[in-house]
Write a protein that binds this ligand. Structure first.
Ligand SMILES: [Zn+2]
Length: 279
């Protein structure tokens, strides 16, 4: 993932990181990237890894991404559990995220550094988080009032000591569905990105306006996470197909419809982030 992000940063575009749910959605990510010749990140939440197990997941990704001509990374999203991080590194994930952002600064720093030490000898990329990104993600619930943005001075200290390959500072985006206009702290993003030189991951990508994406990418976001959009498409398309064909009971057609819709949405996002043709 590190090489992909370095190229993206230099080229002022971002790599889409899409949270997959099953084989079908993994295939949709790969086929979308291939169709428009884009590098892409397949992202798994910790819950998804626990649900399927790391072995089935890695076998799907190897089968789909192995022969692919576009660069594809496999990334573990928000993980607090060092054992699961180790399992993913050992199983073949090419990138992991340690999310110790709920811990006090020093503890977050130590845990994140520990993961870098674990991952680097295996050439696995590490993403670390600072500050609280609001919303709901796996078991990490951050109440709005508790949410705090990443402090630029702390962020620089954190990056100097942890040396993550990718950094996720809280800059005002949220996970889940936006209930109002998000207030993005562009000034902090710019300061953190320019002073650390580390590619920034934009979390809470679903529902942001196109202009917000463009601005964040211009300021240093090289990875954009899209999760909620895929969850919604997955469920909505199932329901829509059933409602339109309620007597059919043909699961393969339902999965086909889900695949098409997922792929379409992924292509649209990759294009928006400027990744088309960059493979
Ligand atoms: Zn996130």
């Amino acid at each position: 993932m590190k090489d992909m992000l370095a190229k993206a940063m230099a080229g002022k575009y971002a790599i889409g990181a899409f949270n997959i749910l099953d084989y079908n959605s993994t295939k949709a990510v790969v086929k979308a990237a291939e169709e428009i010749s884009a590098p892409v990140i397949i992202q798994t939440s910790a819950k998804t890894v626990i649900f399927w197990g790391s072995e089935p997941l890695i076998s799907w990704v190897r089968e789909l991404a192995g022969p692919s001509k576009v660069p594809i990374a496999l990334h573990l999203d928000h993980c607090k559990d060092l054992n699961l991080i180790k399992e993913c590194i050992d199983s073949g994930w090419t990138s992991v995220m340690i999310d110790a952002s709920a811990k006090p600064f020093e503890e977050n720093l130590a845990l994140s550094r520990q993961v870098v030490n674990m991952a680097r000898p295996k050439d696995v990329t590490v993403e670390a988080e600072l500050g609280a990104i609001v919303g709901v993600e796996d078991d990490i619930h951050v109440k709005h009032q508790d949410a705090h943005l990443a402090d630029p001075e702390q962020a620089i200290q954190f990056c100097l000591q942890v040396e993550p390959d990718c950094f996720a500072p809280a800059i005002g985006t949220a996970h889940g569905v936006y209930k109002g206009e998000p207030e993005i702290a562009y000034d902090r993003l710019e300061e953190i990105a320019s002073k650390t030189g580390i590619p920034i991951a934009l979390h809470g990508g679903t529902g942001l306006a196109n202009e917000v994406f463009r601005q964040c990418i211009a300021l240093g976001c090289a990875k954009v996470n899209i999760s909620t959009q895929l969850k919604h498409t997955f469920i909505d398309e199932f329901v829509a197909y059933y409602n339109a064909n309620s007597t059919e009971y043909n699961p393969l057609k339902v999965m086909g419809a889900q695949f098409d819709k997922l792929k379409e949405g992924i292509i649209e996002k990759i294009r928006l982030f400027g990744g088309a043709g960059k493979a």
